[in-house]
Design a protein around this ligand. Structure first.
Ligand code: KIV
Ligand code: ZN
Length: 505
């Protein structure tokens, strides 16, 4: 293994991943994800785009101050204000990187930037030099590189390296590339840029045609030394190259790629669960590597083969990516230490106070539900992580009913601080709709429900239900989450969670 070329894993879940519609994370959630990424062993964490908002700036600064073990990177356009702000945010990191980008394709030059190729080169050089004046780890990205003429791409890359870029990242910004063409682009850069050996070549592929992982692998085959990716492949539009897929492809087919990464693959599933939980973007069941069915063998002939020799139908072992052999976790009499061990194994880091609260909810759940699974525990932890504050709306009690030929009815009692409010309405398409209207009435908020999803956190008739609602308010989307063994209650909690985010924004 040791003689294999090392591919750096650059994770952009907190930057490009957060650009997924509805995937915004608060500071605590970003810290939690950053810690998990360090435990996973990623080389570089792109923590955000500091000039984009005060929240982004604070998150990057906080991660830089606290997180140790990975390089922390902040994104900037090629202008002084962006670069200065990025440095302000990352300067406290153990190892800091500034990532500057500027579009280079003809279409972007002409319609977005209205700049000539000469002006682009000049601006790129100025940006890289300014960043290099702050730190010695500078990444340059010619945005939309995959649609940039090879001659011009070589010219910009050479100039950026001469100006001090230590990594040159080749983005397929719109997910247009094919594996053969992406590989060729990397090869052309290696053959034609005279100073290319002074920088690491990176790739950043989007998944619009479902080829982000294939395009990244073709780049690795042709000499790229860094891959930019996200957990669960989340990101702008159809997302980015999925970290778990590229890492396991490189590992499982090391015979072919002759490369390795520094990723602790046993942390893939816990990290995937954490990101799904904080973003509310669930992983499809058949998703490669981390999907619930990724290692499930249904066909009798496969099961038979597996029993004789598992390699007949299994190219990776579930435990190598972090699936536990048993999903049944704890019992009614489990204590704090056992619970915390399991919480950690699932990828979460909770304070003592949070563990105590989760334990108390766990005991209540154990009274209602016979078997408690990992999914139940994740749901309780999520509830705690998205926990309510004193000034937030809380559910005290509810009643809801509906039936054939009956108008649905909901009665809710909510509390905020010391005040309690009760309202009842007979309205809507069903009990959830009626409860939604009662929440609007009590909170005085007009809520536009854009999406609603309810799913079971585990198996069995007594499984906890997880509800996710996307609510639009004032042109902004808020994603609320709630958990309960009762789906209506989970939905009420999810809606209140979104209302509380609106109040706190
Ligand atoms: O997709 C893209 O081009 C980007 C750049 C900022 C690297 O995200
Ligand atoms: Zn991108």
């Amino acid at each position: 293994m040791t003689d294999k070329r090392k591919i750096r894993i650059f994770d952009t879940t907190l930057r490009d991943g957060e650009q997924s519609p509805g995937a915004s994370m608060n500071l605590n959630e970003k810290m939690e994800v950053a810690q998990a990424l360090v435990a996973l062993g990623v080389d570089i964490i792109e923590a955000g785009f500091p000039i984009a908002s005060q929240g982004d700036f604070e998150a990057v600064r906080e991660i830089s101050k606290t997180i140790r073990g990975s390089t922390i990177c902040g994104l900037a356009r090629c202008n002084d204000d962006d670069i200065d702000r990025a440095w302000e945010a990352v300067q406290h990191a153990e190892r800091a990187r500034i990532h500057v980008f500027l579009a280079t394709s003809a279409i972007h030059r002409e319609f977005k930037l209205r700049m000539t190729p000469e002006e682009i080169v000049k601006r790129a050089v100025a940006g890289v030099k300014r960043a290099a004046g702050y730190c010695d780890d500078v990444e340059f990205s010619p945005e939309d590189a995959a649609r940039t003429e090879h001659d011009f791409l070589c010219e910009v890359v050479e100039a950026a390296i001469a100006a001090g870029a230590t990594t040159v990242n080749i983005p397929d910004t719109v997910g247009y590339a094919t594996p053969a063409r992406m590989g060729e682009t990397i090869r052309v850069l290696r053959d034609r840029v005279p100073n290319i050996d002074e920088a690491v070549i990176s790739v950043h592929c989007h998944n619009d045609l479902g080829m982000a992982v294939a395009n990244s692998l073709a780049s690795v085959e042709n000499g790229a030394g860094q891959v930019e990716c996200t957990i669960n492949g989340i990101g702008e539009r159809a997302g980015n190259c999925s970290l778990e897929e590229i890492v396991m492809a490189i590992r499982t087919r090391a015979d072919f790629y002759q490369c390795q990464t520094g990723i602790n693959t046993k942390r893939l599933v816990p990290t995937s669960r954490l990101v799904a939980s904080v973003t509310g973007i669930q992983v499809q069941r058949n998703k490669a590597i981390v999907g619930r069915n990724a290692f499930a063998h249904e066909a009798g002939i496969h099961q038979h083969g597996m029993l004789k020799e598992r390699t007949t139908y299994e190219i990776m072992r579930p435990e190598d990516v972090g699936f536990s052999r048993t999903e049944l976790v704890l019992g009614k009499h489990s204590g704090r230490a056992a619970l915390n061990d399991r919480v950690k194994a699932l990828g979460f880091h909770l304070s003592d106070e949070q563990v105590a609260k989760v334990l108390s909810e766990f005991k209540k759940l154990a009274d209602k539900k016979k078997d408690i699974y990992d999914g139940d525990l994740v749901a309780l932890v999520e509830q705690e992580l998205h926990g309510v504050r004193e000034e937030d709306w809380k559910l005290v009690s509810f009643e809801a009913s509906s039936g054939t030929d009956r108008v649905p009815r909901a009665r809710l009692t909510l509390r905020r601080g010391d005040e309690q409010f009760t309202e009842e309405l007979t309205t809507g398409d069903g009990p959830i709709d009626a409860a939604f209207s009662v929440i609007e009435k009590i909170t005085g908020r007009e809520l536009m429900c854009k999406d609603f999803e309810a799913r079971s956190a585990t198996i069995g008739r007594d499984a906890q239900g997880e509800a996710v609602v996307d609510i639009e308010h004032g042109g902004v989307m808020y994603r609320g989450r709630g958990v309960s063994t009762d789906t209506v209650e989970a939905t009420i909690k999810a809606t209140l969670n979104a209302v509380n985010q609106i109040s706190n924004s």
